[in-house]
Design a protein. Structure first.
Length: 76
């Protein structure tokens, strides 16, 4: 299976400070780095491979995955 992770963005769209490693992205949203990689492979998150093995994702896109959850009433 071949995944083309670079075709989605033009060079001028990339801001190097915004690209972060999968491990940093995982820490931001409290998931495992493998989860970030799986999201990239599934197409749920845009990512890039650096040197063929290091995943990078945009910080802003990772943070956009975080959605507020409606408050749950306390009565059981």
């Amino acid at each position: 299976m071949t995944i083309d992770l670079s075709a989605a963005a033009r060079t001028e769209d990339l801001v190097p400070e915004d690209l972060i490693p999968a491990s940093t992205a995982a820490a931001l949203v409290h998931v495992d780095a493998k989860t970030i990689k799986n999201w990239v492979k599934a197409g749920d998150l845009r990512g890039w491979l650096v040197n063929g093995r290091h995943y990078r994702v945009r910080r802003s896109e990772v943070l956009s995955l975080v959605q507020p959850v409606a408050a749950v009433s306390g009565g059981c």
